[in-house]
Design a protein around this ligand. Structure first.
Ligand SMILES: Cc1cc2nc3c(=O)[nH]c(=O)nc-3n(C[C@H](O)[C@H](O)[C@H](O)COP(=O)(O)OP(=O)(O)OC[C@H]3O[C@@H](n4cnc5c(N)ncnc54)[C@H](O)[C@@H]3O)c2cc1C
Length: 266
């Protein structure tokens, strides 16, 4: 369990960032579910709950999720059901249970770049940007490759397109961390294939996505070839949940299923 010596509830993002960067151990507080698993001693916890960041808003061209929106908000939001075949509600729906998802936040889930993240894998297959108070706005893949630095993630922006998407994940048991996560999407001939829990963080299988650019029908042979390329181009590792070889084999299976699901969409 972590120790909090002080809690600050700033009224502006400017103050929140100032307090966060005043001392090395000062830390942003999301739902605190993950922080609770550690034994950190925190000088000042920066609670963002007075900053109006608990929202999911649909605009003309995008859907914005504030940092303090919960994964349960993502799971139940009507706009997120309407777009991308509901891939975001589907991806978060297997994380532990409803009470847990009512607590954990969008900002922490994305900022922390957990390798096992169901949510990030699904976001990677869409046209997603993140906004950091200090670092500004950038695409999610760029954020994922960035060096870790103290900042406050204020919102996640998903551009509304006619992308069709599908999500697949493999777990040893229902509420466990995933062994592998896969999200695939298609906007005409622009495919994205994201694979996470390898067990490291989600990455796009760029070569596999290129194989799907046929200018016409995507046959089952092409789907099989793209799934094989994805399994070969991405690195996999071993942890207590599965070996690298197992993950590679399952990558082939899950990517194939997800592409087939998207290819079958009207
Ligand atoms: C037991 C357990 C099992 C889990 N299983 C899964 C799973 O199967 N799949 C899955 O996808 N996820 C899983 N998660 C992760 C979970 O979904 C959340 O992503 C995680 O708990 C972080 O959310 P939180 O709000 O609790 O963050 P906190 O614990 O509050 O914070 C986590 C970190 O994020 C930082 N932070 C918080 N908010 C911000 C912000 N706005 N900007 C910058 N930094 C911030 C904090 O300083 C801290 O370092 C699991 C977590 C736990 C504890």
């Amino acid at each position: 369990m972590f120790i909090l010596n002080n809690v600050a509830q700033p009224d502006t993002l400017h103050d929140a960032y100032r307090i966060l960067t005043e001392k090395k151990s000062n830390t942003v507080l999301g739902g605190c579910a993950y922080l609770r698993m550690g034994s950190q001693i925190i000088h000042t916890g920066v609670d963002l709950s007075k900053l109006g960041l608990h929202y999911i808003k649909e605009a003309d061209d995008c859907i914005e999720m504030g940092a303090m929106a919960t994964l349960r908000d993502v799971e139940t939001n009507p706009a997120l059901f309407k777009y991308f075949n509901g891939v975001l509600p589907k991806a978060v729906g297997s994380i532990i249970g409803v009470q847990f998802r009512n607590v954990v936040t969008v900002g922490a889930s994305v900022f922390s770049r957990y390798g096992f993240s169901d949510f990030i894998t699904a976001l990677m297959a869409l046209d997603t940007e993140v906004e950091l108070y200090h670092g500004g706005r950038m695409t999610l893949p760029r954020f994922m490759d960035r060096r870790r630095a103290k900042d406050i993630l204020t919102k996640v922006i998903v551009h509304k397109t006619n992308r069709q998407a599908a999500y697949q994940a493999l777990r040893n048991s229902k509420s466990d961390y995933p062994i592998l996560t896969v999200a695939v999407s298609r906007l005409e001939d622009d495919w994205k294939i994201a694979v996470g829990a390898r067990p490291t963080r989600a990455r796009l299988a760029v070569q596999a996505a290129k194989r799907l650019v046929t200018g016409g029908t995507v046959t089952s042979d092409v789907i099989g070839q793209a799934a094989q390329i994805a399994a070969e181009e991405l690195p996999f590792g071993t942890n207590m949940r599965g070996s690298a070889e197992y993950r590679r084999a399952m990558c082939h299976v899950l990517v194939k299923r997800a592409i087939a699901e998207v290819a079958a969409c009207k």
